[in-house]
Design a protein around this ligand. Structure first.
Ligand code: TXA
Ligand code: MG
Length: 309
């Protein structure tokens, strides 16, 4: 069920993927729940294991851009972005090629596909050994926060999947940034592990996703909610609340995302701390203000979703 992410574990994972089974694996962002992206039944099994509403499309993972180019069309702009940020914590939504071998279920009815090349060595080794594109959402039940350790995956999916490769905690700790490059104006669908400012340095200004119906269903506000109420921009906890602080000088903190006020460190700790505080005997979780810059944008995005009940 759980295996170290050594050569044996990776071979076992690759052979399960080739048989259409489900394997959770580490990436630099969060743990993914992987299946053969070309196999409709395997992809359907992902939705079933996660209890995921079937309108929510999945990200397909590749070893490099050349492999991804069989599935989606890279124009010059997409090539520039891919060269700048892959392998890494960025997902690109692009038009499917005419001969795209990826299950239509992964696109959930759209004529686009979300693709990513992760940098995590275990993920790379697994894809190479399997010789397959791997569809993988975050390895949590729907409406639970994303897993950043193998233990989190066990808590959510134990008994529902075939193998978990334990590669230790995920260094980035937030999901990938998702941008839509299938339209003339590049659009930010989900802030994440690569700061928007860095991407805009390559693409120019990113449009915000439309206000009305979300183009990326992952933007549905309940996606990241823990069970207890979350209160944002709290300068102090109220009676019974856990207090999740950020920065130096919080004597009243239950936990601190980063005592030195470092946003990358905060991102890496974020989901694990939300989980820990959600499990304890608190009436709610009060969270200190997080600066709206760099990875702080992605943390605030997840916090706003968590606060929407
Ligand atoms: O870091 C990550 O991105 C992790 C690791 C495992 O790679 N994966 C992840 O996947 O967070 P998931 O399924 O939890 O989130 C995928 C996001 C969702 O918001 C989904 O709606 C959006 O990408 N998405 C996928 N395909 C899309 C498409 N064709 N058009 C628009 N949005 C899409
Ligand atoms: Mg997810």
């Amino acid at each position: 069920m759980i295996s170290a992410a050594d050569a044996d574990g990776i071979q076992q994972g690759a052979s399960l993927l080739r048989q259409g089974r489900l394997v959770a694996f580490p990436t630099e962002t969060v743990y993914g729940l992987g299946a053969d992206a070309t196999d409709d039944k395997a992809v359907a099994a992902i939705y079933a294991a996660k209890d995921r509403p079937d309108f929510n499309p999945l990200i397909v993972h590749f070893t490099d851009m050349d492999a991804a180019a069989e599935a989606v069309v890279f124009d010059d702009r997409a090539k520039r972005v891919a060269h700048a940020f892959w392998p890494g914590a960025l997902t690109l939504v692009l038009p499917r090629t005419k001969t795209c071998p990826i299950s239509l279920l992964t696109s959930a009815g759209l004529n686009t596909l979300a693709v990513r090349v992760p940098s995590q060595p275990v993920a790379q080794a697994l894809f190479r050994a399997a010789g397959l594109p791997v569809a993988a959402p975050s390895a949590n039940r729907s409406f639970s926060v994303s897993p950043t350790t193998a233990q989190h995956v066990i808590e959510d999916l134990s008994g529902r999947i075939d193998l978990i490769l334990d590669g230790g905690p995920c260094p980035v700790g937030l999901e990938s940034t998702v941008i839509d490059l299938s339209t003339p104006i590049p659009t930010l669908l989900r802030p994440g592990g690569i700061a928007t400012e860095e991407i805009e340095a390559v693409t120019g200004p990113l449009a915000a996703a439309g206000e009305g119906a979300p183009k990326s269903p992952g933007m549905l506000s309940r996606h990241y909610a823990p069970c207890r109420p979350v209160r944002l921009n709290a300068t102090a906890p109220r009676d019974g609340e856990a207090y999740l602080a950020f920065g130096p000088g919080f004597a009243n903190a239950t936990m601190n995302l980063s005592e030195r006020g470092n946003l990358n460190e905060a991102a890496a700790a974020f989901f694990a701390m939300l989980r820990a505080l959600d499990r304890n005997d608190f009436s709610g979780i009060a969270v200190a203000p997080i600066p709206e810059r760099g990875l702080g944008r992605a943390i605030n995005d997840r916090l706003r979703r968590a606060a929407t009940q």
